[in-house]
Design a protein around this ligand. Structure first.
Ligand code: BEZ
Length: 271
């Protein structure tokens, strides 16, 4: 009152009330204090480097839900800097152990006493052919036995096996089928480029059907032909981001009616 030379209170013997000027001053002072508090918080956030949370992924998961999962986790945890890097499964396991990544998404299960793996879902496979392939006239699903005379183009293994290619080779072996001619080149996107050029055919996870560059996709008859998507993380990691990731992933599957088995890690939750 002294400083602004204005009466802010009506003082009565038993009570005190704000004057009209007092109400005005109170409202503005409150706003100023709130803005000042926000400025302090924002300054602290800008000044302190964000904690990093890095995820590794194998290239063949890129066309599935990966991008939506990354956007979801960034939105749910703005206090973390979310980083991603492509790496094969064995590299992911080493990177998890040395603390370079916190989570890895792969296709092949790896047994390691320090790592937890969760099978997120099993993605069906489809056959990719060039536009002029005889399969393009077919209206029925393709049998694996019909592929033995073809050249199958797959991705080249970047680091130690097991790899996506070994899954396809094993599918022929398990059905006691002769192995077709195989060519391993670059990654699966590159393999699809070669398919478009008429160099052979490929077998890819359904999510690759997003690539529509002079290739046609055909369903396989055998529904057990599927490539798992596996989430790996350290057994002793109890970061809330692990649970958050699972909730985001299961939420996406539920939205799209994708079959999955909920991990016991979230079994009690309503995600
Ligand atoms: C998916 O497509 O289900 C997926 C892809 C990458 C990471 C996790 C899940």
């Amino acid at each position: 009152e002294e400083e602004i030379d204005t009466k802010l209170f009506h003082r009565k013997s038993r009570s005190i009330e704000l004057t009209e000027a007092g109400v005005f001053f109170y409202k503005h002072a409150k706003n100023i204090l709130q803005i000042s508090e926000e400025a302090k918080l924002m300054t602290r956030r800008i000044g302190s480097p964000k904690k990093e949370f890095k995820l590794g992924f194998v290239g063949s998961t890129l066309f599935g839900y990966l991008t939506q999962i990354i956007c979801g986790i960034r939105l749910a945890h703005p206090e973390f800097k979310i980083l991603i890097e492509e790496m094969g499964t064995p590299t992911q396991i080493d990177a998890l152990k040395s603390g370079i990544i916190e989570v890895g998404f792969g296709r092949m299960p790896i047994e390691d006493p320090t790592i937890t793996n969760i099978v997120l879902r099993r993605e069906p496979l489809v056959v990719a052919t060039p536009l002029n392939h005889p399969f393009c006239q077919r209206e029925t699903p393709i049998k694996l036995s019909e592929l033995i005379e073809e050249t199958i183009i797959l991705s080249r293994v970047k680091d130690r096996s097991p790899s996506y290619s070994s899954l396809i080779i094993d599918a022929f072996k398990q059905r006691r089928l002769p192995l077709p001619a195989m060519r391993e080149e670059g990654d699966l996107q590159f393999a699809l480029g070669l398919v478009a050029a008429g160099e052979g055919i490929s077998i890819v996870p359904t999510s690759y059907q997003k690539i529509k560059f002079n290739v046609i996709y055909h369903p396989l008859e055998d529904p057990t032909l599927a490539a798992a998507i596996i989430m790996n993380f350290r057994k002793d990691d109890h970061s809330p981001l692990i649970e958050s990731l699972l909730k985001i992933i299961y939420g996406l599957y539920e939205k799209d009616g994708i079959y999955y088995e909920k991990s016991t890690l979230l079994a009690g939750s309503s995600a």
